[in-house]
Design a protein around this ligand. Structure first.
Ligand SMILES: Nc1nc2c(ncn2[C@@H]2O[C@H](COP(=O)(O)OP(=O)(O)OP(=O)(O)O)[C@@H](O)[C@H]2O)c(=O)[nH]1
Ligand SMILES: O=C([O-])CC(=O)C(=O)O
Ligand SMILES: [Mn+2]
Length: 587
């Protein structure tokens, strides 16, 4: 039954029904009863596998097509009227041409299938900062994931107005050559086809909350960012919030759920997770930046998650979770992935569904980009502010990536403008979160390369312009947990121990510690990072905090060639920041 009489909504749905020709149309009301019926149906068809309900209540396993396991950046398009508005880092096609192409692909694509209508809200329902959309999909997997990741169903319906975001997804025949993830920012339309993988087809996430929302943020004066939001409570009971932008699979979920080391806990430190992937950030009436997490769940990387690295994430996945492309432990009908524990299951099916055992293994049991979709409310450290419609005030913004060498453990930018520069030159070694060669270094400004829905240079200008409105800007930092030694091993223990760096960052924000000025920004005096209780010597730390002038000179060459593609559009402020850095690196 239709959940609304809103003509604009119904007319648009009618058009999509005519195009895709499903056998039936079902509105998702968000009720547990309806979702449970869909889970049953998906289990009957093999789309989901029910896991051990005693050990993992409400948990299911899904295997995607082996050709469809990560975001496909080469098939992701920003279709605005002028190519120049999409910029050199986005794929572009003329909207009319793209609509024509897509209409051919969607034509009759839902014949014999059901179209589900998912009304949903990004943000807290009814909040002045929330945004609403509808995703039409023929995939139960998408419905069940959207129900975890967004505030979906009846409750979003009264808020669907003229500006609602229109999304259409069809699995079609999963042909990788005809796979398209398309955003039309001028029409607030999202269309994805021939994929069933999360990041491509859970449209609330990257398509809406980043690519479309970054456009809305630019028009309306706010920022949509690929950032975690973390609250840190000190022994005095004050909670301070930081956001962090790291590229995909570079540690946002892990930092967002950080558990302070024992010594810190004894002294009364505690951390709270507000968000692990996306932050919508606005200037508050008090002149500070305030961040909300528009999502309601976590779509997190499974491999590497374990009781030691991220016990909060592991606990979050123990009920009501959908696992995608992990291994199935046949001994007790539970899940397994690399590094979950030391003992791989004796009898297992790998992520493709083929028999797998540690002795005969040809490859990993779980896909390196296998994921869990888990409700945020399961998280033991979920912030009491999680549902606060105004969000939380931000003291620091952290950028970071995987760099084996160049970037030190942490440094602070000189000011907002320099901080925007530091974000714009972010680089990281590629991970399995997207198609392509793992390990190659690529520039990923603000971790937004695949997610910025307009011209990257205009986006930097928007960041620079925001300064005018922020009376009390957060301080901006860069971190790198991933420096390696000669043997290629990580030098810094990372994970919970990153608290030591976060403490220094907060002290800087509240003028509680000094720093030394270097060519690239302010670095900690090594004695100011607490090393109590870890096996890291002062010398090792000094190494992690060193700035190799030769490497940085090479780095500036890389920045030049990266910046070159933006031509005249590159903000003058960033040109000047680069020149300043080069100057300071001269002998
Ligand atoms: N060495 C080291 N590895 C880390 C650290 N934090 C996270 N990782 C590893 O990085 C990988 C991805 O981490 P996540 O926290 O899931 O990454 P994310 O940024 O949330 O990724 P997306 O969901 O793709 O946006 C996992 O394999 C982690 O084990 C750290 O401090 N040190
Ligand atoms: O979108 C996805 O597939 C998961 C994600 O968070 C990312 O890749 O940054
Ligand atoms: Mn992400």
């Amino acid at each position: 039954m239709e959940l609304t009489k809103n003509r604009a909504v119904l007319d648009w749905i009618d058009q999509q029904v005519k195009l895709t020709q499903p056998d039936q149309v079902i509105w998702i009301d968000g009720s547990e009863q309806q979702l449970e019926a869909l889970r049953k149906e998906a289990c009957a068809t093999g789309e989901l596998h029910e896991l051990n309900q005693e050990k993992l209540p409400g948990c299911y396993l899904h295997r995607s097509d082996p050709s469809d396991v990560a975001r496909v950046e080469s098939r992701t398009f920003i279709c605005c009227k002028k190519q120049e508005d999409a910029g050199p880092t986005n794929n572009w096609m003329d909207p009319e041409e793209m609509y024509a192409k897509l209409h051919r692909l969607y034509d009759g694509s839902m014949k014999g299938r059901t179209m589900y209508v998912i009304p949903y809200c990004m943000g807290v329902v009814g909040s002045p900062f929330a945004k609403y959309g509808i995703e039409l999909t023929d995939s139960i997997y998408v419905v069940l994931n959207m129900a975890i990741m967004t505030r979906a169903g009846q409750k979003a319906v009264p808020y669907l107005d003229e500006q609602f975001i229109k999304g259409l997804h069809a699995r079609a025949n999963l042909d990788p050559e005809e796979r398209y993830i398309v955003q039309f920012p001028e029409d607030n339309v999202i269309m994805s086809i021939n994929s069933g993988y999360g990041g491509n087809v859970l449209q609330g996430k990257k398509c809406f909350a980043l690519r479309i929302a970054s456009n809305l943020g630019r028009q309306e004066g706010w920022l949509a960012e690929h950032m975690l939001i973390l609250g840190i409570q000190n022994p005095q009971g004050e909670v301070r919030y930081i956001t962090g932008a790291f590229p995909s699979a570079c540690g946002k979920t892990n930092l967002a759920m950080l558990i302070p080391p024992e010594g810190y806990q004894k002294n009364g430190w505690k951390c709270w997770c507000v968000g692990d992937d996306i932050a919508w950030i606005r200037v508050g009436e008090d002149g500070r930046l305030w961040a909300v997490n528009p999502e309601k769940g976590f779509f997190g990387v499974a491999p590497g998650t374990n009781a030691k690295s991220n016990p909060n994430a592991l606990a979050t996945t123990q009920k009501g979770t959908i696992f995608t492309n992990v291994a199935l432990n046949l001994d007790d009908n539970t899940v397994w992935w690399e590094k979950l524990d030391k003992h791989p299951p004796e009898h297992a099916l790998d992520w493709r569904g083929n028999p797998w055992s540690p002795e005969t293994a040809q490859g990993p049991a779980a896909h390196p980009n296998s994921r869990f979709t888990a409700p945020a409310e399961n998280c033991p450290c979920i912030s009491p502010e999680f549902n606060n419609p105004h969000g939380v005030p931000i003291s620091a913004i952290i950028f970071g990536g995987r760099r084996a060498k160049t970037a030190p453990l942490v440094y602070q930018s000189r000011n907002w403008r320099h901080g925007v520069f530091v974000g714009s030159i972010m680089a990281s070694e590629k991970t399995a979160a997207a198609e392509g060669t793992v390990g190659e270094t690529r520039r990923d400004p603000m971790a937004m390369l695949p997610f910025c829905g307009y011209h990257m240079a205009d986006y930097w200008q928007h960041w620079l312009d925001m300064e005018r409105d922020i009376a009390h800007p957060p301080k901006i930092f860069n971190v790198n947990w991933f420096r390696t030694d000669e043997k290629g091993e990580f030098i810094w223990p990372g994970f919970g121990e990153n608290m030591r760096v976060v403490e220094w960052i907060l002290k800087r924000c509240f003028d509680e510690v000094g720093a030394r000025e270097t060519e690239i920004g302010y670095l900690p005096n090594p004695e100011d990072i607490n090393l109590e209780g870890i096996d890291v010597s002062r010398e090792t730390l000094a190494g992690l905090l060193s700035v190799d002038r030769d490497l940085w000179r090479k780095e500036t060459e890389g920045i030049h060639s990266f910046y070159a593609q933006f031509g005249d559009k590159l903000p003058q402020a960033l040109r000047e920041e680069l020149a300043g850095l080069e100057d300071r690196l001269k002998d």
